[in-house]
Design a protein around this ligand. Structure first.
Ligand code: AMP
Length: 354
């Protein structure tokens, strides 16, 4: 929709028969992500290619990149797809993450757990998101069942970060190296799934600046063209550590649709289309609440009936547990994001779900 507003026609390649993006786009190709015949026909129909989901085929993107510009590049997708490659890259840029060890066997898990200490988080290195493919290990008895459940996938053990806050920064970068970044925001999760984003994050300027610097460092290191979200932890000492990166529009940036002259989606399109990147300014403070699963999707009539709620529903056919079905944004005059009680109050019946 952001691309359409800039005068572009979008062509969506998706595996789904009735995908939300295809519902509002000019063209659609239903295909898996690797079929060379449909990928070639798709590339033929477009001028520039991007992706909005990391679990696409990097090999499929390589084929597309041999035919048309793919932004961000398949190499960046590969970094973000594998937690070990991702963390090695981030640490290689001098940026801190949770301490981590690769885990290829149960013996390696035992060694990693004693090196990092417990609690720790065991994750699959590939195809994990929204807490899928991970387990918290609180005591030694948790090691074997978690290993059984997640293996034979390659795994990584991360030290548990007792974070004070989770934050993120979304940065756009153009072909000419120009930059534009949204303000640092605060993210709250429920069942490992993003629940609420507060814009801006209520952190000291030093923390916010550190987060912005890290996002920029990673974007430059990746030679990014497009959009990148960097998810971070702020620990008890105010240090900023990276959790993971996503080279695409991100759920923690959905508030920008309503609170900014240029949304994250527009910034993404501008960056991949070679348009100028204006500063990613905000005209309002915002609270964004996700509507997750059948339970929260069922609140839609109440959402629509609540003054001040800006409703977004994605048009997904089926509300499965844990599936993000839509979100609600509430705006505040810039500089007046309320305190804890005010945020809950502003979310009304959605805030009670806490
Ligand atoms: P992820 O899929 O890696 O983004 O993890 C989902 C959520 O789990 C994060 O947003 C955190 O709330 C939590 N989490 C992940 N890794 C850690 C960690 N090393 N320490 C503490 N919490 C974590």
């Amino acid at each position: 929709m952001a691309a359409a507003r800039l005068g572009y026609r979008c062509h969506i390649l998706t595996r789904e028969q009735d995908s939300p993006a295809a519902q509002v786009s000019h063209g659609v190709t239903i295909s898996d992500y690797t079929d060379p015949v449909s990928l070639r026909a798709f590339a033929d129909a477009v001028d520039v290619i991007s992706f909005e989901f990391e679990n696409v085929s990097a090999e499929g993107l390589d084929l597309l990149a041999s035919l048309k510009p793919v932004r961000p590049s398949p190499a960046i997708l590969r970094v973000s797809q594998d937690r070990i490659v991702e963390k090695s890259f981030i640490n290689g840029r001098g940026v801190r993450t949770a301490p981590w060890r690769p885990v290829g066997s149960f013996a390696e898990l035992e060694a990693a757990a004693s090196a990092l200490g417990l609690p720790a988080v065991l994750k699959t290195t590939l195809e994990g998101y929204d807490g899928k493919g991970q387990a918290i290990l609180r005591g030694v008895d948790d090691l074997a069942p978690a290993f059984e459940r997640l293996t034979p996938k390659p795994l990584i053990l991360e030290g548990f970060i007792n974070y004070a806050m989770e934050i993120s920064v979304i940065v756009g970068r153009g072909e000419d190296g120009s930059f534009s970044a949204f303000d640092t925001v605060e993210n709250r999760h429920r069942n490992h799934i993003l629940d609420v984003t507060l814009a801006p994050a209520r952190v000291p300027v030093s923390v916010s600046d550190a987060a912005q610097g890290i996002a920029r460092e990673i974007a430059v290191g990746l030679d990014l063209i497009g959009l990148l979200a960097v998810e971070m932890f702020v620990d008890a000492d105010g240090r900023v550590l990276v959790n993971e990166i996503a080279p695409r529009p991100h759920n923690s940036g959905h508030w920008t649709i309503d609170a900014c002259p240029m949304s994250q989606f527009e910034l993404h399109i501008r960056a991949i289309a070679g348009l100028p990147l204006p500063p990613a300014t905000r005209h309002a403070d915002a609270v964004m609440k996700n509507l997750v699963g059948p339970e929260e999707a069922a609140l839609w009539p109440r959402v629509l009936a609540t003054p001040g709620f800006i409703p977004h529903l994605y048009g997904k056919r089926e509300a499965r547990p844990g599936r993000k079905m839509g979100h609600v944004t509430r705006l505040f005059p810039k500089g007046s994001l309320p305190g804890e009680f005010g945020v809950t109050d502003a979310l009304g019946f959605l805030g009670e779900r806490g």
